[in-house]
Write a protein that binds this ligand. Structure first.
Ligand code: AMP
Length: 246
């Protein structure tokens, strides 16, 4: 699908979901979670080089008290991944193992519980990709001169204010030492940014570092060329049937 059509489809999907939110949703809010791989790879043994950009970790249902549902039983057909796995590979990359295993884990652990509000597996992945398109952390931070740097430290407040200025609510930050590992944005059940409930806390100190990663592997669609997609598809065979099928 061409990009403008894809964006329109995404917006309609989100509007549709927002209109259909159930009062009796079995959780209170969502966390939209991104990995900052240069920090993540200081904490975990990565199998690919980290990049200077935020990539998706997942869309998680959450309770206001800081607990969350996980590994929910799904009804009938849960559906497959979106056809365009090149977009998933680019924006929802696994830094420690096969992408397919990471996606399957996110669906099994979180997506299955988000299903009453978000819908089945293709909608879960499409919705999360569309949210990533709408809430571009790299752009929000760069607009406030917060860019990856091995030499600079930033006030945690600067990161929170930059994201809050752009999207209306401050997220949660997770660090390893001073290095940023993850950003978690709280979303209402109709998928709008909200202030996080008090039980959910940032885990960074007053200063935060965004170490530099590789520049050469673009994390976002517009710079991702057809040749690169083709090359990836050739390198990465189709998903095994136990991952994409019910
Ligand atoms: P979860 O199980 O979804 O709550 O997330 C925690 C797990 O995801 C941990 O094992 C992390 O190491 C892993 N994780 C987080 N971000 C990534 C990433 N970008 N690539 C691979 N694994 C990740």
């Amino acid at each position: 699908m061409p990009k403008p059509a894809l964006q329109l489809f995404g917006i309609l999907l989100l509007v549709g979901l927002a209109a259909g939110v159930k009062e009796d949703a079995p959780f209170d809010l969502f966390l939209l979670v991104w990995t900052y791989s240069p920090g993540f790879c200081m904490k975990e043994k990565c199998t690919v080089d980290p990049i200077s950009a935020f990539t998706l970790h997942g869309l998680w249902p959450e309770f206001e008290n800081g607990k969350w549902p996980q590994y929910c039983k799904t009804g009938s057909a849960a559906g497959s991944l979106p056809d365009d796995t090149a977009e998933l590979r680019c924006k929802w990359e696994s830094f420690k193992g096969p992408d397919e295993e990471f996606w399957a884990h996110e669906w099994d652990k979180h997506g299955t519980c988000a299903q009453p509000v978000v819908g089945n597996r293709p909608t879960y992945f499409r919705t999360t990709l569309d949210l990533d398109e709408m809430y571009d952390l790299d752009e929000a931070l760069a607009a406030h001169d917060v860019t990856p740097s091995d030499s600079h430290s930033y006030a945690a407040e600067d990161l929170l204010n930059a994201i809050s200025d752009s999207y209306g609510a401050a997220p949660l930050l997770k660090c390893k030492g001073k290095s940023l590992v993850e950003v978690r944005m709280c979303l209402s059940l109709d998928l709008k940014p909200i202030d996080c409930p008090p039980a959910l806390k940032s885990e960074c100190g007053a200063t935060v570092k965004l170490p530099e990663g590789e520049q050469g592997r673009p994390a976002r669609g517009p710079t991702w060329s057809t040749e690169q997609e083709l090359e990836l598809q050739l390198r990465q065979p189709d998903l095994p049937s136990n991952v994409v099928q019910n």
